[in-house]
Design a protein around this ligand. Structure first.
Ligand code: OAD
Length: 226
C-alpha cells in the first residue's frame, strides 16, 4: 500500500525563495512587530497599516518562485500520498505543484469578512478599508492572527494521526497549536526533520538533517527512495 507522508512546513522552506522567516530577525516580521501586524488588537488599532502590510506581502508573491524544496515535495507524490500542512501564508507549495495542502495560518491570496472565519474570497490585489463582501461587511486578510482559532487544526490532526512518515521542515516549532501536530502521529511513524538551526533535542526525530530545505530535501529523497 502506498505510504502516507505528512509534512509540517514553516517559513524556512520559503527562505531560499527569498521570503523572510519570522524568528531569525529579532522577532520582527519585515521590520514590523508581530503583535502590530498579526493580532486582532493590532488590526483594531491601525487597520489600514495592517492591510498595507499584507498588501505588500501579497505583492511580494509575484517576485518569488518555488525553490527546489517545494518542487521535490511535489515530486514525492509519485511515490507517496503526500499531505502538506503548512504554517506559511504564501502560495509556493501550490506553485511548486503539490496537490494536498492545508494552510493552518491562512493564505495571503484570500480575504474574509471581519465577522466570519469560514467565508473566504480569492483576493489577488490590494485590500483596503471600504472593500466589502456582498453583505456590506469589511474584508480583512484571511490570516490566522495570534489569539485566534485555527479552524483547519482538526483536519490537520486527523491527517497526522494516519502518517507513516512525518517530515518537519523549516519551522522553529514555537507556535501552537501547529507545533503540537507531531504529538498525534502513530507509534510506527518515522520522523524526519530538516532545519539548519533547530536544536536536535527539541524534536525527537529518527533522521535529523541539520541543513537547508533544498539540500535536506535532496538527502531525504535519497533516504526514502533507497
Ligand atoms: P520561524 O521564523 O519561527 O522559523 C523558521 C525556521 O526556519 C527556523 O527554525 C530556521 O532555523 C529555519 N530556516 C531558516 N532558513 C532555512 C532554510 N534555508 N531552510 C530550512 N529551514 C530554514 O517560522 P515558523 O516556524 O514558520 O504565523 O513560524 C510559525 C508562525 O509564526 C508563522 O506561521 C507565523 C509566525 O507568527 C502567522 O503569521 C500567523
Amino acid at each position: 500500500m502506498i505510504k502516507k507522508l505528512v509534512v509540517l512546513s514553516g517559513a524556512g522552506i520559503s527562505a531560499e525563495s527569498g521570503v523572510k522567516t519570522f524568528r531569525d530577525s529579532n522577532g520582527l516580521w519585515e521590520n514590523h512587530r508581530i503583535e502590530d501586524v498579526a493580532s486582532p488588537e493590532g488590526f483594531q488599532r491601525n487597520p489600514q497599516m495592517v492591510l498595507d502590510f499584507y498588501n505588500a506581502r501579497r505583492k511580494q508573491l509575484q517576485e518569488v518562485k518555488p525553490n527546489e524544496a517545494h518542487l521535490l515535495l511535489a515530486k514525492l507524490e509519485e511515490y507517496f500520498e503526500v499531505h502538506i500542512i503548512t504554517q506559511n501564508v504564501d502560495d509556493l507549495h501550490e506553485r511548486g505543484g503539490s496537490s494536498r495542502i492545508i494552510h493552518l495560518h491562512g493564505e495571503l491570496k484570500k480575504a474574509r469578512p471581519i465577522d466570519s472565519e469560514s467565508e473566504t474570497i480569492v483576493w489577488e490585489n490590494d485590500l483596503n478599508l471600504g472593500d466589502l463582501n456582498s453583505k456590506g461587511v469589511q474584508l480583512r486578510p484571511h490570516i490566522v492572527w495570534f489569539g485566534e482559532m485555527v479552524p483547519e487544526m482538526d483536519q490537520a490532526v486527523k491527517i497526522a494521526e494516519t502518517a507513516d512518515i512525518f517530515l518537519v521542515i523549516g519551522t522553529s516549532m514555537q507556535v501552537y497549536p501547529a507545533a503540537s501536530l507531531i504529538q498525534f502521529i502513530p507509534d510506527h511513524c518515522e520522523v524526519f526533520v530538516i532545519d539548519p538551526n533547530l536544536d536536535q533535542n527539541f524534536v525527537a526525530a529518527d533522521h535529523f538533517l541539520k541543513t537547508s530545505a533544498t539540500d535536506g530535501m535532496r538527502k531525504l529523497i535519497e533516504i526514502l527512495l533507497k
